[in-house]
Design a protein around this ligand. Structure first.
Ligand SMILES: Cc1cc2nc3c(=O)[nH]c(=O)nc-3n(C[C@H](O)[C@H](O)[C@H](O)COP(=O)(O)OP(=O)(O)OC[C@H]3O[C@@H](n4cnc5c(N)ncnc54)[C@H](O)[C@@H]3O)c2cc1C
Ligand code: FES
Length: 281
């Protein structure tokens, strides 16, 4: 994990709602793996104490000048609004790469990537790595409405099958990603599912994987404090099967990628039986 003050190479607005920053960060780019994230300190001096976590969208190690990473975000509060005000040549304080990446399957060949809205961010870098490893990649993006689908043009480029769902029917199939999954899994011969998006979607995709006996890796979000594994702000409830109980693991260092089948989805409502004991995933 490296901390550096890095220069913004470029700023771009994607569709209506998403912002893309390309950051010159050679040391982070050299070691970053799909599913890992960076922690960025928003500008504006002391107004923001905590860094904000963002998945790595793309890595370019062959940049003309130096290796870069890209992050994509939407504005949720003050920190992301401050980041959206940055422009090329501004400097930014960044730490990364952080967390456990997606596992690339050794033998399984056919991979379905399921992204919900802005949650599709880490799946772009993953798609590149999977394709480089000779895997088949299919894509299923879902969102509330068309302009919340993340970069569907690129997704069509790398997906053998690229299917989009929107809840209002403004693009692709009207409905949710799980409405088309039975058919898509059969058509693509899917052997591994990777998913990132809201928890309700990750739970539904995990259950779909279990129904079809396909492993599901989920990249999860959590409120974060330190980003170093110390403060326990970011814990997720997971099953510890050996002890047959639910324990808490830290998203920042034990995740953000988890085996979907290990997440105790029912425990997200407050559960007095949950113990705050970090264990490895
Ligand atoms: C591993 C990981 C990867 C992420 N990747 C992306 C990404 O690629 N693109 C993107 O747009 N967003 C991503 N997020 C969510 C992003 O971190 C939040 O949108 C951002 O922190 C909100 O900051 P804010 O100041 O604008 O919002 P505020 O709500 O004002 O933030 C207040 C505090 O809450 C924390 N916080 C608020 N929402 C979240 C959240 N969902 N997750 C974690 N901390 C939060 C902030 O760190 C801050 O400390 C990711 C989160 C995690 C944990
Ligand atoms: S953010 Fe502090 S332990 Fe994960």
């Amino acid at each position: 994990m490296i901390q550096q003050v890095a220069q913004i190479l470029s700023y771009k607005k994607l569709r209506d709602d998403y912002y893309l920053l390309t950051i010159v960060a050679p040391e982070i780019a050299e070691t970053a793996k799909p599913g890992q994230f960076v922690n960025i300190r928003p500008p504006a001096d002391r107004q923001f104490i905590l860094r904000r976590p963002f998945s790595i969208y793309k890595v370019n190690r062959r940049g003309e000048w130096a290796a870069t990473i890209e992050v994509v975000f939407d504005i949720r509060g003050g920190g992301t609004a401050a980041l959206a005000s940055l422009r090329a040549h501004d400097m930014i304080d960044i730490v990364g790469p952080i967390g456990r990446p997606f596992a690339i399957p050794k033998t399984r060949k056919s991979c379905l990537l399921v992204g919900g809205g802005i949650g599709a961010v880490p799946l772009f870098y993953l798609a590149e790595e999977l394709k480089g490893a000779g895997k088949r990649v299919d894509v299923l993006w879902g969102a509330q409405t068309a302009h919340k689908l993340l970069n569907p043009i690129d997704a069509k480029r790398f997906g053998a099958q690229a299917v989009f769902t929107t809840e209002d029917g403004s693009e692709g199939v009207k409905g949710r990603v799980t409405d088309v999954m039975d058919e898509l899994l059969a058509k693509c011969g899917t052997e591994v599912i990777y998913a990132c998006g809201p928890n309700s979607m990750l739970e539904a995709v995990t259950r779909m994987g279990q129904k079809h006996r396909i492993p599901v890796q989920v990249a999860m979000e959590a409120l974060m404090g330190c980003g170093y594994g110390i403060c326990m702000t970011c814990v997720q409830p997971v099953w510890n099967r050996a002890r047959d109980q639910i324990v808490h693991v830290r998203t920042c260092v034990d995740g953000p990628v988890f085996n979907g089948a290990r997440i105790a989805w029912d425990a997200f409502a407050s559960d007095p039986g949950i113990r705050a004991a970090p264990v490895g995933n």
